[in-house]
Design a protein. Structure first.
Length: 248
């Protein structure tokens, strides 16, 4: 299997983060890790093996990225609004560094699928909502889409509002909403089993976010798995393998 790797600097930050490509051809899948995870996690936690047939067949090429959660959303010692402002630097890294590298690798303008598990599901959905021109499809597994539920404290300002899909989606209107309705699709998957509600809040958040998308007429699908489906990699492997073939 073809593999390529790059270290790319975060705009306005000293850090360099890694992106790893798996596969030689096919629709690009931009894969975010779980909280605090790395670009190696997609392969290391069995996700690559789960879709290896699609990668080997040239139907999909995976671009797995590092997180910056330790400096952003997981930095619980700083106020939520500052965490949200720091998240903007990570978003810029994806937009200004990772996407151009994907274009360089594939020699074409991307029609990305953004994908993530747990906190990575938030990243996948948030990026697609902000840049549906680049990523018209987002797949979120076991996500919580409301950052104000993540050990939140301090006054909440614009940075938090625009980083919180559960806050700004209800306010979408006009031409921009019409464009999102035409352009964007979101697949939300969650289980009813261990750790999907406590302590992650993924089950209730996913259901509530699907309702917001329904209210706004944004194309989406909600797939709730059963009480045996846990907030863990073996289930995320099955869920990705189940859904991805119809999109690539």
């Amino acid at each position: 299997m073809h593999r390529a790797e790059a270290r790319l600097r975060v705009p306005g930050h000293d850090a360099e983060l890694t992106v790893v490509r798996h596969g030689h051809y096919g629709r690009p899948l931009l894969a975010f890790p779980s909280e605090g995870g790395s670009a190696a996690d997609f392969e290391g936690n069995g996700m690559l093996d789960a879709i290896r047939d699609l990668v080997d067949a040239g139907r999909v090429s995976v671009f797995a990225v590092d997180s910056l959660d330790g400096w952003t959303w997981s930095a619980n010692e700083i106020p939520t609004d500052e965490r949200a402002a720091r998240h903007a630097a990570y978003h810029s890294w994806i937009e200004l560094a990772v996407v151009p590298w994907i274009v360089e690798q594939t020699s074409e303008e991307p029609e990305l699928i953004t994908f993530g598990v747990s906190l990575g599901a938030y990243h996948a959905v948030q990026f697609a909502l902000q840049r549906a021109d680049l990523a018209p499809l987002a797949i979120g597994l076991s996500g919580n889409y409301d950052p104000t539920t993540w050990n939140s404290w301090g006054d909440l300002g614009d940075a938090t509002y625009f980083a919180n899909p559960t806050a700004y989606v209800p306010g979408l209107q006009g031409d921009h909403l019409d464009w999102l309705r035409e352009r964007l699709s979101i697949l939300l998957v969650v289980g009813e089993g261990p750790f999907e509600e406590s302590p992650t809040g993924a089950l209730s958040s996913t259901r509530a976010f699907a309702e917001l998308l329904w209210d706004k007429g944004i194309r989406h699908e909600l797939d709730v798995w059963g009480h045996d489906s846990a907030h863990d990699w073996p289930w995320w492997q099955r869920q990705l393998a189940h859904h991805l073939p119809r999109f690539v």
